[in-house]
Design a protein around this ligand. Structure first.
Ligand code: SF4
Length: 297
């Protein structure tokens, strides 16, 4: 008979951290993991360390056996993009699959009640996603996989002595922020300029976040810019569509001014909303691309 495990991916963001706070006591053998590309923000590594110390847990650091640069060579210099996300597959999903092996794993996913997305479900039927924050019935079509929300899991979990922390209306962003703040941990330090964890060069980053990366971590911005190149044929490999990071930085003042305008408007519309939420909402308005689902919960 296959071994049954309980796993929780910590990304260094507030949602997965909130789940760790909720679950680390009620699921004693919960295994925590972080898929490390070795290209994360220093704030993320620091936050992971704080989570471990605060809650006395161990986060298993999972890595690919090849680094990003090695994979990039194997992909002939093609930078990953929303359409060609080899980085997620090679550096996050494959190490996770290896970690689970032949076992059955309940994988707790930090997608909130107020989010309409499924995250990475994978094709392995033995990895069973549990959406603890979701109270309402939640089904993602066409992915061929059952998703468990808190209600659908209650009876099954009671049998093995686990009482999921059910909240009638589910967990929305303010509930999660509240959980993280009240735990004494506080939200990750990058939340005043960036809304999600993930690699410092993540192509899902918004223009404003790139500008802020250049200010907060100029060396990392430079490192990201070095990956961009133009082939003799004129073909360009850039992180953002339509412009290089150098061109983006030339428009820095304009990008900051636009961002400030949107922020002021949002603050006026919703004066009682926490700043991190307003920032997230402004940045979401800026971009059409979905963020990295497996990397930034
Ligand atoms: S955070 Fe972005 S760059 Fe990093 S693995 Fe995820 S999608 Fe790729």
């Amino acid at each position: 008979m296959k071994k049954v495990r309980h796993i929780l991916g910590i990304s260094g963001g507030k949602d997965s951290t909130g789940l760790a706070i909720l679950l680390h006591r009620i699921i004693p053998d919960l295994e925590f993991f972080f898929c490390d590309t070795h290209k994360e923000l220093p704030e993320t590594y620091e936050y992971l360390q704080r989570i471990q110390t605060r809650f006395g847990i161990k986060i298993n650091m999972l890595s690919s056996n090849k680094g990003f640069d090695e994979w990039l060579d194997l992909y002939s210099g093609y930078l990953p993009s929303a359409r060609a996300r080899w980085c997620t597959r090679r550096m996050k999903l494959e190490p996770l699959s290896e970690f689970v092996g032949d076992d059955v794993a309940y994988s707790y996913v930090g997608i909130r009640e107020d989010e309409d997305r499924a995250g990475y479900l994978g094709s392995n039927p033995d990895i069973k996603p549990v959406y603890v924050y979701k109270a309402r019935d939640f089904r993602q079509r066409n992915l061929g996989k059952e998703i468990y929300n808190q209600k659908s899991m209650l009876a099954e979990f009671k049998k093995i002595g686990i009482e999921l922390p059910v909240k009638e209306c589910g967990y929305r962003i303010d509930d999660v922020l509240d959980l993280v703040e009240k735990s004494g941990l506080g939200i990750p330090k990058y939340y005043d300029w960036r809304t999600r964890s993930g690699c410092f060069f993540c192509f899902f980053q918004r223009k404003y976040e790139w500008v802020m990366l250049s200010e907060k971590h100029p060396k990392l911005f430079e490192e990201a810019a070095k990956y961009e190149k133009t082939l003799k044929s004129g073909r360009k490999f850039t992180w953002c569509a339509k412009e290089s990071l150098g061109e983006l930085l030339d428009r820095k003042d304009q990008i900051i001014a636009n961002h400030k305008k949107s922020l002021t408007r949002k603050k006026k519309e919703e004066p009682n909303r926490p700043l991190s939420e307003v920032l997230a909402s402004v940045l979401d308005d800026d971009d059409f691309d979905k963020p990295c689902l497996v990397c930034s919960l």
